[in-house]
Write a protein that binds this ligand. Structure first.
Ligand SMILES: *Cc1c(COP(=O)(O)O)cnc(C)c1O
Length: 272
């Protein structure tokens, strides 16, 4: 977000928290009180870096109470959990075709408050990412301003059908949450602990500490699992020794069980 804001030439302030901590609504309130120049607040919902689920409801409340615009990056949560956009005071929520909607990559979408969208006319700092202009064009003839990503749109329509067939967002959320719970439980049996505490762990992606083996090699485990049909996130992102497992997509209980038994085999083989 700071990269994006920097490239767009925006003036911005950053409120940072440690990877395993959520931003506190109380702190956001203080920052807004201390700096009345701030007009917009942007934050991530499901933080893909760690798997933490941020409390956008609480932050939304203080942002609205301060009369500011609230922008939420819900890339990896939208479609995978209920988000009462209006009730939580979200003015712009951003997601894409290829995460919890389970389509293919190719476009993103924004659910926006129309009055705020309208006052953004002519303010875009980028030609291709001019949201107002895109909206106006779609309102006029239903088209993308530039070449339409036709295949992605078709895949998206199919993905939406499948979401409905699954039972909508509540059913998908249940599947993700069940998979996540099972994953954490099975990993704990192997002595592998999650990085985020249970209260803040989101259902989409989970970060785990390396098992406490002196000779554990993530790369070897990654390759071992991949050769047997499953891909986990490569590499670590936190300063701690951790790895991540994501469960967006057509992933079911059997897959979690299979993955965990592969990990178990790997660890046992290494320990022999
Ligand atoms: C995936 C993701 C992004 C980036 O999406 P791209 O399609 O790579 O642009 C941004 N934020 C979050 C929280 C994400 O999960």
């Amino acid at each position: 977000m700071t990269d994006i804001a920097g490239h767009a030439g925006l003036k911005f302030a950053v409120y940072r928290e440690h990877y395993d901590q959520i931003p506190r609504a109380k702190r956001v309130k203080e920052i807004l009180e201390q700096d009345p120049e701030i007009t917009h607040v942007a934050m991530v919902h499901s933080e893909t870096t760690s798997g933490i689920l941020n409390d956008i409801e609480a932050v939304g409340k203080v942002v609205k109470a301060a009369g500011k615009v609230f922008i939420v990056d819900a890339m990896s949560s939208f479609g995978g959990m209920e988000i009462p956009v209006k009730d939580w005071g979200i003015d712009f929520i951003i997601s894409s075709a290829n995460k919890c909607i389970q389509g293919v990559p190719g476009f993103s979408f924004i659910i926006a408050r129309k009055d705020l969208l309208k006052v953004s006319e002519g303010k875009a700092r980028s030609l291709s990412l001019d949201l107002y202009d895109q909206w106006k064009t779609m309102e006029a003839d239903g088209k993308w301003r530039f070449t339409s990503p036709t295949h992605v749109v078709l895949a998206f329509a199919k993905a939406m059908e499948e979401l409905e067939e699954e039972g909508g967002i509540p059913a998908r959320h249940q599947r993700y949450a069940d998979n996540n719970r099972l994953l954490i439980e099975k990993m704990k049996e192997m002595g592998i602990r999650p990085y985020i505490d249970a209260e803040h762990q989101g259902p989409i992606i989970t970060t785990f500490f390396y098992p406490e083996h002196a000779d554990f090699s993530f790369q070897e485990m990654y390759d071992y699992i991949k050769e047997r049909g499953y891909a986990i996130y490569p590499g670590k992102v936190t300063e701690a020794d951790t790895f991540r497992i994501g469960n967006i997509g057509e992933i079911y209980r059997e897959d979690i069980e299979k993955l965990c038994s592969l990990m178990k085999d790997f660890l046992e083989e290494r320990n022999r």
